[in-house]
Design a protein around this ligand. Sequence first.
Ligand code: XMP
Length: 521
Amino acid sequence: MDIPAGADDRVLIIDFGSQVTQLIARRVRETGVYSEIVPYNKADEAIDRLAPKAIILSGGPASVTGMGTPRAPERVFDLGIPVLGICYGQQTMVAQLGGRVETADEREFGRAEMTAGEQSALFDGIWETGESDQVWMSHGDRVIEIPEGFKVIGTSDNAPFAAIADERRHFYGVQFHPEVVHTLRGAKLLENFTHKIAGCGGNWSMAAFRETEIKRVREQVGKGRVICGLSGGVDSSVVAVLLHEAIGEQLTCVFVDTGMMRMGEAEEVVTLFRDHYNIKLVHVDAQKLFLDKLEGVTDPERKRKIIGATFIDVFDDEAKKVGGADFLAQGTLYPDVIESVSFAGGPSVTIKSHHNVGGLPERMNMKLVEPLRELFKDEVRVLGRDLGLPEPFVGRHPFPGPGLAIRIPGEITGDRLDILRKADKIYLEEIRNAGLYDDIWQAFAVLLPVKTVGVMGDERSYEFVCALRAVTSTDGMTADYYDFSHEFLGRTATRIINEVRGINRVVYDITSKPPGTIEWE
Ligand code: XMP
């Protein structure tokens, strides 16, 4: 990866496989400092490439006391730059610098109280000596002897060396996880490390990124032509507007309307991009084709495969019609390209085959333009706002590539899609009216292919069941169901049953992920 535009000061995060390493990078970037994650065994190359101003060693599932477990490259401690070790990172730093780590009898997991000891630059403006505060712990091993030059700056019941510092060399270690929200002042601690200790300037902002990224795209593309698939989601919308600003008429967007979108969404995409932004837009109405291909198909994986393959066919045909394009633009994000450290080994099982435009570049033999490759989703949203995209677009919940097709278990028909669209619209309207939209990661209606008996007026009804789903999440990997009030659920159910012909019963899904998934298929 190149150093992105606007990344004047850089922090390198060396990953030992923690589940929450990405959060470290996000927290650091929130303080206006560019950071990148690399696996511990590729850290050497990254140090040369990035010339970081500071290094953070992440947590990880291994034990420093075990044979052959990962270590930071020795030169990390010879570079003369500040180093912060978190959990496993603290332990390996201690072991590598001459201290000792043991496997503790008592594991410490979850919320813990840390009490600040001697004053330290790391705690400056956060905790005074003797003050206690909530931190988040997750460890089996612990430090029992600190290397020469270090002092203890924080203790907890089960971690006598909960925080340590060598102020002369600017080496710091914490047993807790400052990157998770349950460590209440954790973000401030990371900011102390990057700004006060490492002297980073905080210039990483989306405004600077935008300006320099535009120059970079112009250089890459030259006089060439670029095709961009637009889906109506945040990422592809931001790519399109950014590229339009960079190369204007050299960009053509292709929007394939699969017929699996929410109410009014296809029209919104066309109005916004063609009329408002004046971007060259090919709108392909492929609704009938997709419905024909899906006729009689009930298996979730087959649905996904058919939609993915049909999408690629249609997109490829349209791109050929546009003709002469050398580049394909994609909304690839940083989490898609971070190399992860895996200790589990073995092939992982496919839960769902995700449909994006994966497979397109190979098939089309085009060069890629991926202006969001270095960004997290929340940064893409900030960039979108900076580019003037309307708030409802920028703040939109994620929507899966196969769309409503995976929200109707069983066969997809035009009628079922219409019923679902109406119910979904009412549900989202109620959520927005209640001011809850931004508290929820994703909310949607599901149409079940099950008919139940009801009574409406004096009449017997026999219609479909609608399930409502809403979850909170930070990355879609795990999720909790959203705890609506009964009053909210009752009101929404009544509206759906009254206003949507075809539904006479509404249920609320209270499954978390795991064991459920967010989507039903
Ligand atoms: P699951 O259902 O696996 O979903 O818990 C996790 C997140 O991924 C979204 N999702 C998809 N996104 N193409 C996408 O771009 C897909 O095929 C796809 N399937 C699921 C889902 O909406 C949730 O945000």
